[in-house]
Design a protein around this ligand. Sequence first.
Ligand code: GLC
Length: 463
Amino acid sequence: MAAAVVRSDSDALSETDTPLTRGVLAVVYAAAEMPLEDCKALMDGFQAAMARGLAGQESDLKMLPSFVTELPTGKEAGTVYALDLGGTNFRVLRVVLPGDGGEIKTEFRSFALQQCHMTGCGEADLFPFLASCIKETVEQLEGSLPGADEPLPLGFTFSFPTQQSALNQGTLISWTKGFCASKCVGCDVVAMLQKALNALGVHVVVKALANDTVGTLMALRPKEPNTSLGVIFGTGTNGCYVEQMSKIGKWTGGDVTSGRQCINIEWGNFGASVPSRKLLPVTRHDEALDTESLNKGEQILEKMIGGMYIGELVRRVFNAAADAGEIMSGRKERIEAGGLNTELASAIEASDAPGLVKILEQLGVPAPAASDAKALQKIAMAISGRGARVSACAIAAIVQHMERVGTPTVVGIDGSVFKCYTNFKARIEACMRDIFGDDALHIKLQLSEDGSGVGAAVIAATA
Ligand code: GLC
């Protein structure tokens, strides 16, 4: 029998629910449903936060100007390097832009950050390491290092909230996604990278700084001229879009010929303030995860959707349901911290019954009951399904803000959750159909492969 639990204040129950009779699983499954009226309320709150951010008022949504005011046409030409940093693995890319709208050629090297790079000193550990990886890649791919008279341009994809003051200047506002390297917040990350490159005598010039969402939008635009949003569903999550300059009330940067600019929303931070958190279907499991995170109280929406968190949430809910006696019939085994990542959560959703039993065995539950294995799958579906609905609401809110409902709109998307997570894309599309009906058919979610790196190179090429 399911044990009765007293809900925490934040469990996503409606007024009419009788919390004392609801168990862990019932609360989590209900939170995942997100009825249409909740989706619409979330969209309204999201749009209000966008408006405040654009006006320079206090808001969960930072609405950061990217200084990208011209959209690429495919005429950009040249060989440009890109550094794509946003998670534990990063890449250095060599991008050849043909200039005639033809195929862009990319080669890249991948590197892994060690814990010391993410949590040590930015100036002494992280940036010197990044510069050394750029040096190694350039040497390999060019055959030698460039001379001082022929420096190579580089676009820096830096996927963290950054306040830019120019295309090639930006200070880190705060770390996200488990990074906490010291002496970086409040510093110009372009200057730090350039200094580290100079120290190694590498003639590479950092021409542009771009968020991964902005790169993703830019990379797809020449192929898909209706691309108006760039989105990442990866380790973290975020979106950007093309805004009219007249709507960016806080802009003090002077005239912009095109009359528009790409805005990095930093949507992962929605829910940091109490009123917006109330619009998200958060449960006590989300709150516990947040409390134990490096950036407590921040990035609440991201912690419901990001690849860094989905698997961990599934684990927490499974264990909590077992603790409450709703599953596992009194068995004592629990899934260990760090044992269930998002890739595995996706595999759980795609598994048949024997596959599920095997996975639960790998997770430390020998000979599990079929019902417990099935419950694990249902929990994963609830957590990722909720993430997909919240994602759909964010995209829908932006499309509506842009007054593009019913107008063909392409959303350029990159990131492992979008590319690999079972049914994630289809669930976003289903929720957008709930919200917009047939008008949702005008919104195309399109993979922008390698968009984050290639886009930064495109931006650097025009700088
Ligand atoms: C985090 C970062 C944001 C980035 C996103 C996806 O939310 O703050 O800048 O775009 O992750 O990588």
